[in-house]
Design a binder for this molecule. Structure first.
Ligand code: SF4
Length: 179
């Protein structure tokens, strides 16, 4: 059933651009997820890269959240620092706000996010909390704004059961399955 999924063109889904194979990662590469790439033409995708939207270059230096996680960045308690020690909190916050702007513009209710990222990850190790991993900055702003979020890994098949459940819950609609 999952293999012949065909999502309705009507319902927008935000997807981290690197998962589509776009070379927007800090190291200049993508993190293409073949499961998503192969379905891209049948999903109403809103691609976004918050670090680029925040004005950071590609490639760029890797960054870590210091003093908390993404929620703490949004509340002003934590900062985002790159490997040269530069404070790039403003770019991360701006990128999150711009991504949220896109979500609202297109009335997207779901975001499929790249794992581990200090921007997109729901559980990133690049932060500073006792649990060892926390939420990224853009994932945090989505969660605070009522956009349903899920992470995906490069090797995952798509759609996952989690995605299908979120889709139905978010759009009060059952995804269309093609033949
Ligand atoms: Fe951009 Fe998010 Fe992918 Fe990082 S994880 S490259 S911020 S889309």
């Amino acid at each position: 059933m999952l293999s012949n999924f065909r999502a309705s063109q009507t319902f927008p889904v935000l997807i981290s651009s690197c998962l589509l194979g776009v070379s927007c990662r800090y190291d200049g590469n993508g993190s293409g997820c073949p499961g998503i790439v192969n379905k891209a033409s049948s999903i109403n995708i809103i691609p976004f890269c918050p670090e680029q939207l925040g004005g950071l270059p590609t490639p760029r230096l890797p960054a870590t959240i210091v003093g908390g996680d993404g929620m703490d960045v949004l509340s002003g308690k934590a900062r985002v620092i790159n490997s040269k020690g530069e404070d790039i909190t403003g770019a991360f916050r701006k990128g999150a706000e711009e991504a949220l702007k896109l979500a609202r513009l297109f009335k997207a209710k779901i975001a499929v996010l790249k794992e581990r990222s200090p921007s997109c990850g729901l559980s990133t190790p690049y932060c500073d909390i006792p649990e060892g991993s926390g939420i990224g900055v853009t994932a945090a702003i989505f969660n605070l704004s009522g956009i349903k979020t899920m992470e995906i890994h490069e090797g995952d098949d798509f759609p996952t059961k989690e995605f299908l459940a979120l889709f139905e819950e978010s759009y009060d609609s059952v995804p269309v399955f093609g033949s």
